[in-house]
Design a protein around this ligand. Structure first.
Ligand SMILES: NC(=O)C1=CN([C@@H]2O[C@H](COP(=O)(O)OP(=O)(O)OC[C@H]3O[C@@H](n4cnc5c(N)ncnc54)[C@H](OP(=O)(O)O)[C@@H]3O)[C@@H](O)[C@H]2O)[C@H](O)CC1
Ligand SMILES: [K+]
Length: 498
């Protein structure tokens, strides 16, 4: 699924208006009706509503919702924020239609007119939508603050007022919504952690924008969903043997962190790899052989805390980092591995921290490799950014400059591809925010790379399956109780769900 910026959303509207064809006011009716139906289906039937409208088409949506609610015997009060102009054509048309109903209509043109909102009223925010072109200020900003102070349940139409669709609104006055009812497709704003407090729960409503537009429109951002993962899935061949599914190596574990190596190895095996060899320190030999009997195991001399890394070129790919520990020797270890094996590999955790310490390693990484930092590791590697949007741009620039894939882990894990495209993963849940889940991801992606998925496809499939296993595990038990081992246990069902 594509993720569109403001201009593309507008173009999709216009494409639909022209090709369906449908009058823009009727498209507004359809959008608002979808919101109205959502309200009725989600326990808001019979409630009283306070609806705040701007004078653009977002406000127009609010007026239509007000009419539909009034006509179905809801108590509705509409406040229109005075911007000193008449409003869009569709806004005016719907204001005239609303005047024919019993809805109370008031105008807010100064601070003194900020209304007291009855406790228990549901607040609909239709002040500003995708047409916002500057930070909310003056009376608009004060009204937003007034609504935020009200403790009422707030439902934003299309996007919380004050938020930009595709750039940071950090520090600006923005509506804090409990629910956002948006149209047709994800907007970049919904995928950024910095907007978590504003967007609440996002619900995408289908308003029938024509799918034909998608084939003529390219978007720099795509949403990874089930359909995309399903398309990439490589079925097992009937007459195949383990040699057909690659030989992966994992360089992982240290004293006190062998669990990371075990989780990573088990995930790699469950991803479908043909053979797996784990390079662990001698102290972890018994642990790994006992916990993961399917994997082969190599260690250095007994009592040596390091990892044996000879003959690394025989592997189809290598995953390095989980549980390595922060040892000065990691830098030498990475130089040695990058020299021995030039195939794309996966680098995680203390593997990434070693690169952050020794920046010279960055241009030694085999081209097409996949780096899997969480935001802190990303910052150590590539520096601080002012906001989430800048971080995404920095990830894309770094991926392009170095011919690497960067998997920036988070609620909507972001993959930056060297061709400049970005992919947000849609699967997963907050239950996965616990120790070891990153080790599982590294194992899965390494296993997929070994099976000859291209680096981009391994990253996409990996993050999707990982999140999907998390969703299945959370549905089986709960989000708080989810642990990293559950992801491995549910990986089979995640594959099955495709
Ligand atoms: N397919 C769809 O997504 C549909 C969306 N619909 C709804 O339409 C809005 C977008 O409507 P639009 O009229 O383009 O924009 P807004 O209502 O968001 O804004 C209107 C004008 O407000 C001015 N503006 C911008 N920023 C500010 C600000 N910070 N403070 C005050 N005013 C501001 C600006 O005009 P200026 O002349 O002042 O520059 C905007 O033009 C979309 O979000 C949906 O809700 C349709 O209903 C149908 C389908
Ligand atoms: K809004």
């Amino acid at each position: 699924m594509q993720i569109f910026a403001t201009e593309q959303i507008r173009a999709w509207d216009e494409y639909t208006i022209r090709h369906e064809p449908i009058a823009s006011v009727d498209l507004m009716e359809r959008a608002a009706t979808a919101c109205y139906e959502w309200l009725l289906q989600n326990n808001y039937k019979g409630r009283a509503f306070t609806i705040f409208c701007g004078k653009g088409n977002n406000g127009g949506d609010g007026l239509v919702i007000a009419r539909l609610l009034t006509q179905s015997r809801h108590t509705v009060t509409v406040y229109i924020l005075e911007f000193g102009h008449k409003g869009t054509v569709d806004f005016q048309l719907n204001l005239a239609r609303l005047h024919d109903t019993t809805a109370a209509i008031r105008f807010v043109s100064s601070e003194e007119m900020l209304p007291s909102i009855p406790a228990g009223d549901v607040v609909i925010d239709a002040l500003l939508g995708s047409g916002i072109n500057r930070p909310a200020d003056g009376l608009t900003a004060n009204l937003i603050q007034h609504i935020n102070n009200s403790h009422n349940n707030v439902i934003a139409i299309d996007i919380p007022s004050g938020l930009f669709v595709d750039q940071s609104a950090r520090g600006n006055r923005v509506i804090k919504a409990h629910h956002t009812l948006s149209f047709q497709c994800f907007k970049p704003a919904f995928l950024m952690p910095e907007n978590a407090d504003s967007i609440g729960e996002v619900h995408l409503l289908n308003i029938g924008l024509l799918p034909g537009f998608l084939s003529i429109q390219d978007s720099p951002f795509l949403l990874i969903d089930k359909a995309m993962a399903k398309q990439l899935l490589q079925p097992r061949k009937p007459f195949s043997h383990k040699g057909d599914y690659g030989h992966a190596a994992l360089i992982a574990g240290s004293y006190g962190m062998m669990g990371a190596a075990v989780l990573c190895a088990r995930a790699c095996l469950r991803s479908g790899v043909g053979k797996l060899t784990c390079h662990v320190p001698a102290v972890g030999y018994n642990i790994l052989q006992t916990a993961v009997p399917e994997a082969m195991c190599k260690t250095g001399p007994v009592n040596d805390p390091g990892h044996a890394v000879q003959e690394m070129d025989k592997y189809d790919t290598i995953g390095i980092g989980p549980g390595l520990g922060a040892h000065a020797s990691n830098i030498k270890l990475l130089y040695s591995i990058f020299e021995q094996n030039r195939r794309p590999m996966v680098i995680d955790a203390d593997g990434l921290n070693a690169i952050a310490q020794e920046k010279g390693l960055l241009n030694k990484i085999p081209l097409g490799s996949i780096l899997t930092p969480h935001p802190k590791e990303f910052e150590r590697l590539f520096g601080k950014t002012a906001n989430d949007y800048d971080r995404i741009q920095l990830a894309l620039q770094t991926a392009t400059d170095n011919d690497l894939y960067i998997v920036l882990k988070g609620r909507y894990t972001f993959i930056a591809s060297p061709d400049g495209k970005g992919y947000f993963n849609s699967s997963g849940n907050p239950g996965m925010a616990s120790g070891g889940t990153g080790d599982v991801l590294t194992g899965i992606i390494t296993g997929l790379l070994a099976q000859k998925y291209s680096p981009l496809h391994a990253a996409i499939m990996g993050v999707y399956l990982h999140g999907c296993a998390g969703d299945l595990a959370a549905a089986y038990a709960s989000q708080p109780s989810l642990i990293a081992s559950d992801l491995v246990d549910f990986l089979g069902q995640a594959y099955q769900s495709l």
